[in-house]
Design a protein around this ligand. Structure first.
Ligand code: FES
Length: 118
C-alpha cells in the first residue's frame, strides 16, 4: 500500500465521483473518489457481488437521482458516505474503504499498486 495523489478536489462535482487507477501493467488497481455532503471518501472500484468495476461510463458512479452509488452490472446500490450496499445482490456488504485525505486542494488516497495486491 502506498499513498497516491489521485485527483484535484476541484475536478470532482458535489455530489459526484471520479475514477482513478494506481500502478500500471496489465492489472492496475481501480478506485473512486466520492464527494458527498461536504466530505470526500475513497473506495475500491470493485463490487462486492462479483468483483466487477461499478461503472461502465467514465466517472458514472451515481444513480440518476444522485443519492446512491450504483453498480451497473446487476444494479447494487451503495451509500456514498460509507460504501454500504443498501440494495441488490450484495446487500449488507461494503465497498472496500480506502484511506483518503485532502491537502492543498489535492486528494490523496492510500491504495495498492496493483489489483494483484488486493
Ligand atoms: S457485480 Fe455489482 S451488482 Fe453484480
Amino acid at each position: 500500500m502506498q499513498e497516491w495523489q489521485v485527483a484535484r478536489l476541484d475536478d470532482i462535482r458535489e455530489p459526484g465521483a471520479l475514477e482513478f487507477t494506481t500502478g500500471g501493467g496489465d492489472w492496475p488497481f481501480r478506485g473512486m473518489v466520492v464527494r458527498w455532503q461536504g466530505e470526500v471518501k475513497a473506495y475500491a472500484n470493485i463490487c462486492p457481488h462479483k468483483g466487477h468495476p461499478l461503472n461502465w461510463l467514465p466517472d458514472g458512479f451515481f444513480t440518476p437521482d444522485q443519492r446512491q452509488l450504483i453498480c451497473m452490472s446487476h444494479g447494487a446500490t451503495f451509500a456514498p458516505d460509507t460504501g454500504l450496499c443498501t440494495f441488490g445482490p450484495c446487500a449488507g456488504e461494503n465497498l472496500r474503504v480506502l484511506e483518503c485525505r485532502v491537502e492543498n486542494g489535492a486528494v490523496w488516497v492510500t491504495a495498492p499498486a496493483s489489483l494483484l495486491e488486493v
